[in-house]
Design a protein around this ligand. Structure first.
Ligand SMILES: CC(C)(COP(=O)(O)OP(=O)(O)OC[C@H]1O[C@@H](n2cnc3c(N)ncnc32)[C@H](O)[C@@H]1OP(=O)(O)O)[C@@H](O)C(=O)NCCC(=O)NCCS
Length: 170
């Protein structure tokens, strides 16, 4: 298994991985919208030889309208490749890429029982709130000490997410 940045020739395979992993094409379309808007800050693929089997997207988020961190997602792994740690490898590779690019923290909306093992904690610990009412599913990890503003605040994802949310994305 090889984890690498997306290539221009990957776009159809990335669309297919999300379309096969979620009930609708909302997330697949979201990744394309982020790419077209220049909001795909990090886009990593996992490949089994020539087959693209997993993908994770990271896009910019703002806290109180200041651009400082990244949002993780969507992430998807083809059903027959799940439970082998591919998502974890993609996310950890995303942390390394985030560090290289100077991003200081990452937020995610997802299952705490999964993301906890990667070091995420409830974003409410920092007084952060998301715009989608994620509650305990809204989590954050600091890549540098005290990266999250101590004042906390409202986290806004790239605008393409609000279109997807109206479309029914998780
Ligand atoms: C969520 C998703 C990306 C996880 O992908 P994955 O590659 O299976 O994830 P991992 O292998 O890192 O971890 C998944 C589980 O496999 C377990 N696991 C990891 N390696 C394992 C191994 N070698 N043997 C057995 N289990 C293993 C993990 O402990 C984890 O267990 P859990 O069921 O308690 O959470 C994948 O299930 C998916 O695409 N789902 C549909 C889309 C989706 O819901 N995306 C997330 C919301 S954006």
């Amino acid at each position: 298994m090889d984890i690498r940045e997306e290539l221009p020739t990957d776009t159809e395979s990335i669309h297919a991985v999300h379309a096969m992993s979620f009930p609708t094409t909302t997330e697949a379309n979201l990744v394309e919208a982020l790419r077209e808007a220049g909001h795909l800050s990090i886009s990593l693929a996992c490949c089994d030889q020539d087959l693209l089997v997993g993908h994770v997207a990271f896009s910019p988020v703002t806290v109180n309208e200041t651009a400082v961190g990244l949002g993780l997602g969507p992430i998807a792994v083809l059903p027959q490749y799940r439970r082998r740690g591919i998502a974890e490898k993609l996310i950890r590779a995303g942390f390394e890429a985030s560090n290289r690019l100077g991003h200081k923290f990452i937020v995610v909306l997802g299952d705490p029982s999964y993301y906890r093992r990667l070091g995420f904690k409830a974003a409410s610990n920092w007084g952060l709130e998301d715009e989608y009412g994620g509650g305990s599913a809204f989590q954050a990890i600091e890549l540098q000490d005290r990266a999250i503003p101590s004042s906390g605040g409202s986290v806004q994802y790239a605008r393409e997410f609000s279109v997807a949310a109206n479309d029914g994305a998780a």
